[in-house]
Design a protein around this ligand. Sequence first.
Ligand code: CP
Ligand code: NVA
Length: 327
Amino acid sequence: AVNLKGRSFLTLMDFTPGEIRYLLDLGHDLKRKKRAGIYDPMLKGKNVVLLFDKTSTRTRCAFEVACHDEGAHVTFLDSGSSQIGKKESLEDSAKVLGRFFDGIEYRGYEQQVVEDLAKYSGIPVWNGLTDVDHPTQILADMMTMEEHLSKPLHKCKVVFCGDIRNNMSYAWMYGCAKMGMHFVAYGPSELTLDPEILAKAKAVADETGGIIEISSTPDCLKGADVLYTDVWASMGEEAQIPDKVKILTPYKVTMEMIQETENPDVLFLHCLPAFHDFETKMAREWKEKGYDIREVTDEVFRSRHSVVFDEAENRLHSIKAIIAATI
Ligand code: CP
Ligand code: NVA
């Protein structure tokens, strides 16, 4: 039997396929329970702290609502409102938080920070996004695939289009490797992937029967079960937008790309937030400067292929599963 009590959730690479399967099943169960209106809090008397050095809508709200649903209390700290890293070292802050709380969520820059928090706090730490990983998102994405596809994960092909060396692409590479899936990073050859991350994912894929590929040509779209994309400039990388628009425009997800999969039921997934029109301040400001930063067309985003809001909802159920399993 799987027992994850006391474990941190820093990357999917730390978990066996069986443990990931357990978290997905728990996520589906908790979703059914919530839909049925069953209230049976598992985390009464527990306290959780949420540390955000980058902004968030889904991840923060998922952690907060998950805790509220399960009877736990939440403290939220953003980068401006604590001593962490400014007047107090990460080590000392982690030791203090470990005395107050039962779990820590962290979103920020270096992966090393989640690792150090886990090392010094002595309590479960959950990675809410770093520069190189976003493991909670992958659980929600896999849940969404299981809801909409009639085949098991290990028979699925996921093509990640666009900024193939960002945190989502790497997180998917790990997820596909672990679950024996076929992953293609479809993007420009100028974006070379971190060789260490690639090697780690490939080594796992060799054991699970997964495939990890990189491609710059559209023939890789054929047979895809999922087209996935993400913004072209991640949080903190906005200065790269002019260069990114230049190299990534051919990888914008369009209806032509959907057709090139030759799969009439291909799914479109996106972690969100997404630029699919010019309704946001950021997309408008870049448009005025001559840059179209949309990584997907509005037509695809609103098409029957798109399951992005089911995916967003599943952040709640999957994050609840992670908290409940590890505290
Ligand atoms: N997908 C995701 O992590 O969204 P937020 O940035 O809103 O948390
Ligand atoms: N790659 C994006 C994901 C946001 C959920 C970012 O890091 O900004």
